[in-house]
Design a binder for this molecule. Structure first.
Ligand code: HSE
Length: 355
């Protein structure tokens, strides 16, 4: 069983490392006698850009090699962005190869279409690493909580901004210094404005909302409220503290009749909330089910190895060729949205009921 990795950046190199290190565990998890291996690492920069790389012999630059190799059954897309990732993933799924990805933008914008192509070609399209880094959240949503009707999901979905807020308001660090540190740690996007403006968290909440509501929740819908952390001041934090809580960049999707409210913005979080003590690069996702009540998923939301761990787990699941992924699906029909019901606004902070 041969796999390929496309993109050798922070997550791609982490995935290769974790996959090669844990090959034996992956083989044991598939079935006795299975042998898995990494055959290609596709990256336009070539092995020469990664001196000392232990798997330099696997580097290729031609996508068609991966696409047309019948030995390759699972491909990890870790290039990021829409193109060429979208064209590559579409071609691979159409050829019956399973694809796993950490690409939030691709899944949020093209997920419905890619899931459909995967279904039609008996392939899996898995993206656990696209939300919450190393936290299992996608699989629990479509597999473990399917008995519940979920009406609300809210969380800290961007590690970079949570890290910056923690460094600025707990450790008195400046914004630029905190962002630089987040970049050095491999948390931030290639364009960090996607992090600090709330776009990355928006893509992630749209993915989760699409899973739980079954229709495409479009991040470009005009009803979506998106605000990042760049305007937050000490006065905003003081307001939250005085009120008995703290400020977090919260991404939220709530059912409102047949419509859904979607927001990403600096939000008051009560001290009693399980989201209040989530600091540094950690993410937490609160899921409100009608039967199970509140469930919170917590862990490292960004970084090379936590994200690689989720990718490799998806690779192992895709290699198993179980049909468990067939319930991971949402339709291409767009979910109708409405404006988020904000209880109160103070400075740059919004207060929502129940947080
Ligand atoms: N830039 C993202 C974050 C990476 O900081 O959360 C993980 O998706």
């Amino acid at each position: 069983m041969k796999i390929a990795i496309m993109g050798h950046g922070v997550v791609g190199s982490g995935t290769a490392e974790v996959f090669l290190k844990n090959k034996k565990n992956i083989e044991a998890g598939i079935n006795a006698g299975a042998e898995v291996d990494l055959k290609y690492v596709l990256d336009v920069r070539g092995a020469e850009s990664f001196p000392g790389c232990e798997y330099a012999d696997k580097f290729v630059k031609d996508f068609d090699l991966v696409l047309n190799d019948p030995e390759i059954t699972v491909v990890a897309e870790l290039i990021g962005g829409i193109e060429p990732a979208y064209t590559f993933v579409k071609a691979l799924l159409a050829a019956g190869k399973s694809v796993v990805t950490s690409n939030k933008e691709l899944v949020a914008k093209k997920g419905a279409e890619l899931l459909k192509i995967a279904r039609e070609n008996n392939a899996a399209f898995l993206f656990e690493a696209s939300v919450g880094g190393g936290i299992p959240i996608i699989r629990p949503l479509y597999q473990c909580l399917s008995a519940d009707s979920i009406n609300e999901i809210a969380g800290i979905l961007n590690g970079t901004t949570n890290f910056i807020l923690t460094k600025m308001f707990r450790d008195n660090m400046g914004f630029d210094e905190a962002l630089k540190l987040a970049q050095e740690n491999g948390y931030a996007e290639r364009d960090p404005s996607d992090d600090v403006n709330g776009i990355d968290a928006l893509r992630k909440i749209c993915i989760l909302a699409s899973i739980i509501f079954g229709k495409r929740v479009n991040p470009d819908n005009s009803m979506v409220l998106t605000e990042g952390i760049t305007k937050l001041t000490r006065e905003d934090i003081a307001f939250c503290e005085k009120r008995g809580g703290t400020a977090k960049l919260i991404a939220r999707a709530v059912k409102n009749g047949d419509r859904v409210e979607v927001s990403v913005c600096p939000t008051f979080v009560s001290r009693d909330s399980q989201l209040a003590g989530v600091n540094d690069v950690y993410n937490a996702i609160l899921v409100r089910g009608d039967a199970t009540g509140d469930v919170v998923f917590y862990g490292k939301g960004a970084g090379k190895y936590p994200t690689a761990s989720a990718v490799v787990n998806d690779i192992a699941n895709a290699l198993k060729k179980s049909n468990e992924a067939s319930t991971l699906y949402w339709s291409e029909e767009e979910q109708e949205l409405c404006q988020p019901a904000v209880a109160e606004i103070c400075g740059n902070i919004r207060v929502f009921e129940g947080l």
